[in-house]
Design a protein around this ligand. Structure first.
Ligand code: GLY
Ligand code: MN
Ligand code: MN
Length: 436
């Protein structure tokens, strides 16, 4: 866990960014039932973690830069010896103040009665509308009540502002502390992919590889996977987010694993594709060599000033050329890029922001245009090619082949650093590991 001073510094940056006339609310999403009376494991909302490190459910943080005192107010579950015996420890109100930086702390149940005074008369309310209908109703109720009290000196905010405007700009640029955690998540994830490459043989089930991967995450103190682990053998690799993971690997299959460890609330996001039996077939090589070539060129190009759109367009062009060479499409290249025919075999984007959330926060555009990359941003680079068994017009030799190669790349002052470079991806390295 990061030092408390890191969270204090983040809160101060956010208070400064908000300015004295704004108030912000960040909050936990509700715990969800999985089945019967069993819940999904709770994961704190990343905005709450970012600002406080506080991981308990039922939490709301109100930030008030213009207040004389009580600038950071937390609503948390109070201590309760009986419930703590059943369900685990709580920091309580004192813990929120002493350990998590609240200037004032109140029981979660008092949110409704206190929120009105906390947001009254601010100009902007920074609040993520549309995430949790119950919270939206509570906030709307507060605004409605404030509209009626204007004559008595308490008026509602003039605008409700999405957290993308300020908070998510902070989260988008990673500090050295955050990069240290992301490097750890990347290192554990690389080890997990290598463990799966070693474990996979004809006859191994996809779920066994999922277990190997997730076990490696936990063994190193990761929270678990940052998103559901994808293990697709053979034609399952052509399904982008295949998570059933229930088939056996057949001799000659490629296996696609897309898995990243979440460590201290930051996640890696790596995809590797490798041959079950330790050697790519000739058609698999045709596809793999193309995707690897495109992926390496895209990673090499990452530098400040470039946009994610530039990276994507470069991958689309090179993949489309490759598709024509492979006989998947008919040229010319310009026409196939223009008419989007490549989307039959490459239907997703090439990059996204990466951080506390796998598809991390941060605006992708500025003034309607793709924004330039800046040092401290972390992105994925993940081109692929997916040839479904029933893809119309595809040469038979290529049917059922799916390849994606995904690395996590930090934008640096003079270029980039591949955070997942330790995870093998050349044909020679993969064949050596898979045969061992
Ligand atoms: N693992 C999800 C993605 O690559 O975007
Ligand atoms: Mn990704
Ligand atoms: Mn991925």
């Amino acid at each position: 866990m990061l030092d408390r001073s890191v969270f204090a510094a983040r809160r101060q940056m956010y208070l400064d960014a908000l300015g004295p006339d704004a108030v912000a609310i960040v909050y936990s999403l509700p715990e969800r039932l999985r089945n019967g009376d069993s819940h999904y494991q709770f994961r704190q909302h990343s905005d709450v973690v970012y600002l406080t490190g506080f991981a308990e459910p039922d939490t709301t943080v109100v930030l008030r830069p213009g207040a004389d005192s009580e600038k950071v107010v937390m609503f948390v579950r109070p201590r309760d010896p009986e419930l703590e015996t059943w369900n685990g420890r709580r920091a309580g109100l004192d813990g929120a103040k002493e350990r998590y930086g609240a200037d004032a702390a109140y029981p979660a149940a008092e949110l409704d009665q206190r929120l009105m005074d906390l947001v009254a008369n601010c100009e902007e309310l920074h609040y993520a509308l549309g995430l949790d209908p119950d919270m939206d109703l509570r906030v709307a109720g507060v605004l409605a009540r404030l509209r009626k009290t204007e004559k008595r000196g308490k008026r509602p905010p003039r605008a409700v502002v999405d957290p993308r405007a300020a908070l998510h700009e902070l989260r988008l640029r990673k500090s050295p502390d955050e990069l240290a955690i992301l490097r750890k998540a990347a290192a554990i994830s690389s080890e997990a992919h290598i463990a799966a490459m070693r474990a996979g043989r004809p006859g191994t089930f996809e779920y066994e590889l999922e277990a190997t991967v997730n076990y490696t995450f936990r063994r190193h103190g990761g929270i678990g996977p940052g998103y559901n682990t994808i293990v697709g053998a053979g034609e399952n690799a052509t399904i982008l987010h295949y998570v059933e993971n229930r088939c056996a690997l057949a001799d000659g299959d490629l296996v696609l694993i897309d898995a990243g460890c979440e460590y201290d609330h930051y996640t890696a996001d790596i995809t590797r594709t490798w041959p079950t039996s330790g050697r790519f077939t000739a058609p698999q090589r045709e596809v793999y060599d193309l995707v690897l070539d495109v992926q390496q060129a895209a990673v090499a190009s990452v530098r400040p000033g470039l946009t994610l759109d530039d990276i994507h367009q470069q991958c689309v062009r090179r993949l489309t050329e490759g598709m024509i060479d492979l006989g998947l499409l008919e040229g010319p290249v310009d026409a196939r890029v223009e008419d989007l025919a490549y989307k039959k075999f490459y239907m997703h984007g090439t990059s996204h922001w990466l951080g506390m959330d796998v598809h991390d926060v941060g605006a992708y555009t500025r003034g309607g245009k793709a924004r330039p990359l800046e040092p401290g941003m972390v992105i994925t680079v993940e081109p692929g090619l997916y040839i479904a068994t029933d893809a119309p017009g595809a040469p038979d030799r290529l049917r059922g082949i799916g390849v994606r190669i995904e690395d996590d790349v930090l934008v640096t002052v003079d270029g980039h650093e591949n955070l997942t470079a330790a995870c093998p991806k050349t044909v020679a390295d993969l064949e050596a590991i898979c045969r061992a």
